[in-house]
Design a protein around this ligand. Structure first.
Ligand SMILES: *Cc1c(COP(=O)(O)O)cnc(C)c1O
Length: 428
């Protein structure tokens, strides 16, 4: 089906078709280490590029404001049933268009403007939408931010004592746990105890961890959290979208009205169908095997980098994330990201805790293993990837001629590895 659509694009709009083709080539020929990305299945892509694009379906299954919703209702019901099974929860809203909007819906449901909430700071590995100043969450609410320990045995780990003392001092209405760079297991229960102590709702944003949770390799927050939000396209490897889960009927009702009509109009039913497909994939035993490999590969990458003299923030990883501290090598994240991109290794600069450099420069890089593992990269490949990253970063100390040679060799190695693992066997 989708091949036909693309064929149509090639004929009617060669200009845009060219961008699609070049993007496919880029994805095929680069090693994708951007931690928030993954490679969705062809079935997910096809469902997303389907006829459900054409349908308006404001409202919820069985209670729509438009006619002709019989079949989009079925798609949404399938997605709902699968997601409840996947995360062992009672209620789900699958209509938020993105992770940021899912979080806004929770704020709309549970907060009033200027209310206080507690979230993890961006600088410690939290997300923009958890109270960062430039984001609506930091502009319209009184966002108090917790972080990680600066030193000692638990350096870089969440400072639960600080969470508790800030909660007691500020009496937030919501406490948010969840992060975008934090590679370790978060103790949901500890957060819940603190939230109960101050009468706050406990919200978990599991955007980065939801695939690991679906694969049963990371603790499921649903038994502790009042409300859980997540993207569906990161480790979960689904359509580009989001969801909100809860076991609390009262919160569920508030969330439903917050998403629609509070925040959004019509849901994206083609994305709903694609979510249903990808949740079906995540329910299969193969997905658990995939997630095991994702974590193993992250551990191998982390060890390889440590052996080459880098420091890993928190000392290692329990997830798909590897958070590299470049300060032992006197490098900045900005520079490191650029030279890796030149040889076809895609990743992003990321501030490290207590980073001396500004956010546009940073002293760290964030890697994730979910995308490359999806295309088949194994432990040995990730060891080689770690060596290539180290070769490139170390080459900055060499003279020009030598560093050009390293870059050339690395680029060829990247292309060779990518050839071994075609991402879509045909052009879509
Ligand atoms: C990625 C992410 C989001 C935002 O998701 P978008 O779909 O990009 O809006 C929200 N929270 C966390 C923790 C994330 O990692």
């Amino acid at each position: 089906m989708s091949e036909l659509y693309l064929k149509g694009i090639k004929e009617t709009d060669p200009e845009v078709y060219g961008t699609l083709e070049r993007e496919l080539n880029r994805q095929q020929n680069q090693i994708e280490l951007i931690a928030s990305e993954n490679i969705a299945s062809l079935s997910t892509l096809n469902a997303q590029g389907s006829v459900m694009t054409n349908k308006y379906a404001e409202g919820y299954p069985g209670k729509r404001y438009y006619g002709g919703c019989e079949f989009v209702d079925q798609a949404e019901e399938i997605a709902l049933q699968r997601v409840r099974e996947l995360f062992n929860c009672k209620y789900a809203n699958l209509q938020p268009h993105s992770g940021a909007q899912a979080n806004q819906a929770v704020f709309l449901a549970l907060l009033k403007p200027n209310d206080t909430f507690l979230g993890m700071s961006l600088a410690s590995g939290g997300h923009l939408t958890h109270g960062a100043k430039p984001n609506i969450s930091g502009k319209w609410f009184n966002a108090v931010q917790y972080g990680v320990k600066k030193d000692g045995n638990d350096k870089d780990l969440i400072d639960y004592d600080e969470v508790e003392s800030l909660a007691v001092e500020h009496r937030p209405k919501i406490i948010i746990a969840g992060a975008s760079a934090y590679p370790r297991i978060i103790d949901w229960k500890k957060f819940k105890i603190i939230a109960d102590k101050v009468g706050a709702y406990f919200m978990v944003d599991m955007a980065h961890y939801s695939g690991l949770i679906a694969g049963k390799e990371y603790p499921n927050p649903i038994e502790f959290a009042d409300v859980v939000t997540s993207t569906t396209h990161k480790t979960l490897r689904g359509a580009r979208s989001a969801m909100i889960l809860t076991n609390n009927e009262d919160i569920y009702k508030k969330i439903n009205s917050a998403v629609f009509p509070g925040l959004q109009g019509g849901p994206l039913m083609h994305v709903m169908a694609a979510k249903a497909v990808s949740f079906g994939e995540a329910l299969k035993p193969e997905f658990q095997e995939y997630i095991k490999k994702v974590i193993l590969n992250a551990k191998i990458l982390s060890e390889t980098l440590v052996n080459r003299g880098f420091r890993i923030v928190t000392g290692g990883t329990d997830s798909h994330l590897v958070w590299l501290d470049l300060t032992p090598k006197n490098l900045t994240g900005d520079k490191a990201e650029k030279i890796l991109e030149e040889v076809g290794i895609a990743c992003n600069k990321n501030a490290i805790p207590y980073d001396p450099n500004p956010p546009k420069i940073t002293s760290g890089l964030r890697f994730g293993t979910s995308a490359a593992t999806s295309r088949g990269f194994n432990e040995n490949d990730f060891k080689l990837v770690g060596e290539m990253i180290s070769d490139m970063l170390d080459s900055l100390l060499l003279n020009d001629q030598e560093s050009i040679k390293v870059a050339k060799e690395t680029k060829n190695k990247v292309l060779d590895m990518c050839k071994n693992y075609p991402i879509y066997n045909r052009a879509f």
